[in-house]
Design a protein around this ligand. Structure first.
Ligand SMILES: [Zn+2]
Length: 149
């Protein structure tokens, strides 16, 4: 993990010092490692920077920095958990190929997710992804092969 949820030194011009996400690097560069959906849902946004998937429980998981040309899903597509959605990229603001994962809880109906602390960030309320994914049996940065920052 190269950038955690919360305050940080800004690593790239245009990137904020309050980081509503976790960053996982493409190990090693160059770009191109596959990116898989953490949880199922429908693609609701595919902008220059964001690919967002709204889960059936209402919260939205966004995957940032993938080049549009590397995305293999688009708005309206139904996505299964662990389905490949694209590949790691370096769309700005970014200081190296990585995946930024963030969770927005607007519209959430999952009672366990609703218990998590909500932070205000650009685009609305977000929660720490490190706290979300264990609720779905996923460890985002396992100690045996991933270093926390
Ligand atoms: Zn990030």
């Amino acid at each position: 993990m190269t950038s955690r949820f919360g305050t940080r030194e800004s690593p790239a011009a245009g990137a904020g010092t309050w980081h509503p996400a976790v960053d996982l690097p493409n190990w090693l560069n160059p770009c191109g490692r596959p990116v898989y959906a953490m949880v199922p849902g429908e693609v609701t946004l595919s902008s220059a920077l964001f690919l967002s998937i709204k889960t059936p429980e209402g919260f939205t998981v966004s995957y940032l920095h993938m080049y549009k040309s590397d995305r293999i899903v688009d708005v309206g597509d139904q996505i299964a958990a662990s389905q490949q959605i694209g590949a790691m990229g370096n769309v700005a603001p970014s200081s190296g190929c990585h995946l930024d994962i963030r969770v927005n809880v607007a519209g959430n109906t999952n009672p366990e997710v609703a218990k998590l602390r909500v932070y205000d960030a650009a685009g609305g309320g977000c929660v720490n992804p490190i706290e979300v994914f264990p609720l779905f049996g996923i460890e985002i940065c396992p100690a045996d092969n991933c270093s926390h920052v």
